[in-house]
Design a binder for this molecule. Sequence first.
Ligand code: AMP
Ligand code: ZN
Length: 479
Amino acid sequence: MTLRLFNTLSRAVEPFAPLAPPRVTLYTCGPTVWNYAHIGNFRTFVFEDVLRRYLEYIGYEVLHVMNLTDVDDRTINAASAAGVPLAVHTRPFTQAFFEDSGYLRILPAHHYPAATAFVPQMVALVSRLLEKGVAYQGDDGSVYFAIDRFPAYGRLSRVEMRELKAGARVSSDEYAKEDARDFVLWKAARPEDEAVGAAWDAPFGRGRPGWHLECSAMSQHYLGDTIDIHAGGVDLIFPHHEDEIAQSEAATGEPFARFWLHGEFLLVEGTKMSKRYGNFLTARDLREDGWDAAAVRYLLGQTHYRKQLNFADDALKAAATGASRLAEFRGRLASLGGESSGEAWRALEERLVRDFGTAMDDDLDVARAIAAIMDFVRDGNRLLDAEAGLAEAGRGRVLSTFDRLTGVLQIVPSGMGTAGDLDTWAHDLARQRAAYRREKEWAKADEVRKLLLEKGFDVRDTKDGGYELRRVTRAPSAT
Ligand code: AMP
Ligand code: ZN
């Protein structure tokens, strides 16, 4: 099986292969650090994290770059409103973004270029576009990209040129706008920009880069002219990604990105979660409410990344229950240890690996992959319950397979193996041992006793045929 991904460029699911295997170059548009990222933003970042982890799972070496947009209309407006320099305003939100990404178990990108650190590269790119004659300086001093000099404009978003307002120039880089004819590359400095330190010198006049330009320059700096995968939320298709393509391809003459992947929106009560609608929830809100990141990721995984997801508390509660079932099962499996696994386990494991791979290869069908894991948990629990399951030697390999697969999705709560889960496991086992004793299966009963001791539990029999379980600080037979 090969991985197949929906490519927005062709509007089709295509087999994926990188240009220079085993390396995959991945560029994902990062947060605009004018405020906290909301969980809609994080839906996109988690989808990208699953993409990256799955690419690594199937053997690719991913080089991942995510930019930080720390200069654009929104950051400048927010810094102005707060009356502080741009960098002072964006720093805590950048920090918060890293903390929240950590909480949501998102793998760090290999590079997080901040736009303000790459202004020379952006200036060079604008100069190149001016030299090639696809850009021009307007009477307002800003530099614009002339889309009628780039015939491929509109190929990604499929906007019709005639739908764009002829002659309209878009100097704003806020992205919820309707048209994008001749979008801005470099914005002439205004007093408000100077006031917050958002202005740089350039041969074509003092100003600051347009938002779209930032990604073209930083992606090229780290990943070269052509990248394997470029990803973001659907709202970036137009104009952001369309404009990135125009800038990059007009400058280099090479295809900019081979695969374009876009994640759908997260909604709240049917409306796009957005700071501008005031209906946003941040990752830190979820953390403060005590939600394990695994539950959040389990919830996000229930809906395919190309479908809209309506965020609801009930669904999060259900996801938390699903995630804790995984943790409980993992606890049971881990406690039994061992090196090899028996036939029944091997069959379950093979089915799991196959179904998980088939689902993920099918344009990252995470919901189906989770279903495969849950089937495994159900049948695995049955095996563990059954005497035959217990008697079989070791589940070490099964456990590592389970960890590898759930690791791609990060859906097992981190609390697993903690006292609570271990206690449940120990009581289950002690009950099992009492049953063995009643049936005079002394050898099996002894085996269980040893296992419990290794995990720090001392089991004593009581006169009424029951048991007493005590924790011992150091397992006498282990070490
Ligand atoms: P921004 O910080 O606004 O530049 O957005 C960062 C990322 O979040 C981009 O990839 C956006 O497409 C994505 N995004 C913004 N709003 C949502 C939403 N409600 N649901 C999913 N993704 C979103
Ligand atoms: Zn971008």
